[in-house]
Design a protein around this ligand. Structure first.
Ligand SMILES: *Cc1c(COP(=O)(O)O)cnc(C)c1O
Length: 230
C-alpha cells in the first residue's frame, strides 16, 4: 500500500494537465486529510453536510471543500458560507435555496448540475430529459448568488469498460450541448466532474476536468457506526 502522500502524487501524475484532483475524504479522519494536505492537496470532497462542516472548521482555511453528496434544502445554510463547489444540484428548488443562502452569506456559490447517466436507479441526479427541462428555464438568470459551472455524473459501477466509457461520453455530449445552447456567451460553464477511483482515467480521457477519487488514495472506508442521517 502506498502512503497517502505517494497516492496523491501518483494520482496527479496519471491525470492529463489541467484535470483537477478532488480527494474524497468522507468517513476518513482529519489526520489522513492532513497527510494529503502535506503532499500539496487542497481540493477535498465530502458527501455529508455535518462531516463537511466539522472538518472545514477544524482544518486549514485554504482547503477548497467540495460538496459531492446529495444535498437537502434545509442543510444548505450550513455550508453556504464556505463551500467551494456544490457538485450535486438536482432540482430548481435546491438551486433557489442555494441562491437565497448565498445572498445571506454575501457570496456567489458555484454549482454543478448532477446528471444521472448510470444504469443503477439508486443514484441521484437529473435524467438527461430533466436536465434539458431545467436548462430550458434558464432559471439561474434570476439567481444572482449561484453560478452554474458545469455538470457532474457518476458512471455505473461495473467492470465493463465500454459501458462506463459510453456513459462518460454521453455526459460530455450533454455538457457540450448545454454549454452551446445556454452558456455560449459566458466563460464560466467550464467544469465536468466525473470519474472515481475505479474509472477516473477513463473519465479524463472522455473529457473530465475534475475527478473525485477516494478509496484509491485513503484506502477503504469503514462504516463503524450506522451512517448519520443527513
Ligand atoms: C464516495 C464518492 C466518490 C469517491 O469514490 P471512490 O470509489 O472511493 O473513489 C466520488 N464521487 C462521489 C459522488 C462519491 O460519493
Amino acid at each position: 500500500m502506498p502512503t497517502i502522500e505517494e497516492a496523491i502524487i501518483s494520482t496527479k501524475e496519471s491525470l492529463p494537465q489541467g484535470v483537477c484532483l478532488i480527494a474524497v475524504s468522507k468517513t476518513h479522519p482529519m489526520d489522513l486529510i492532513m497527510q494529503a494536505y502535506g503532499a500539496g492537496q487542497r481540493d477535498f470532497g465530502e458527501n455529508k453536510v455535518q462531516e463537511l462542516t466539522e472538518k472545514a472548521q477544524a482544518l486549514p482555511a485554504d482547503i477548497r471543500w467540495h460538496m459531492i453528496g446529495h444535498l437537502q434544502t434545509n442543510k444548505v445554510k450550513y455550508i453556504a458560507p464556505f463551500v467551494y463547489l456544490i457538485h450535486s444540484v438536482d432540482s430548481e428548488k435546491l438551486l433557489r435555496v442555494i441562491d437565497k443562502e448565498g445572498a445571506k452569506a454575501g457570496r456567489v456559490i458555484d454549482c454543478l448540475l448532477q446528471v444521472h447517466v448510470a444504469k443503477e436507479d439508486t443514484k441521484f441526479g437529473l435524467s438527461p430529459e430533466q436536465l434539458e427541462v431545467l436548462c430550458a428555464t434558464e432559471v439561474w438568470k434570476e439567481l444572482p448568488h449561484v453560478r452554474i459551472r458545469g455538470l457532474m455524473a457518476m458512471a455505473t459501477n461495473t467492470d465493463v469498460e465500454e459501458e462506463v466509457r459510453q456513459e462518460f461520453a454521453l455526459t460530455k455530449a450533454l455538457f457540450d450541448k448545454v454549454r452551446q445552447r445556454h452558456f455560449a456567451d459566458s466563460d464560466s460553464f467550464d467544469q465536468l466532474s466525473m470519474g472515481m477511483s475505479g474509472d477516473y482515467e477513463l473519465a479524463a480521457e472522455e473529457g473530465a476536468t475534475m475527478v473525485r477519487v477516494g478509496s484509491s488514495i485513503f484506502g477503504h472506508r469503514y462504516y463503524a457506526q450506522p451512517a448519520l442521517a443527513d
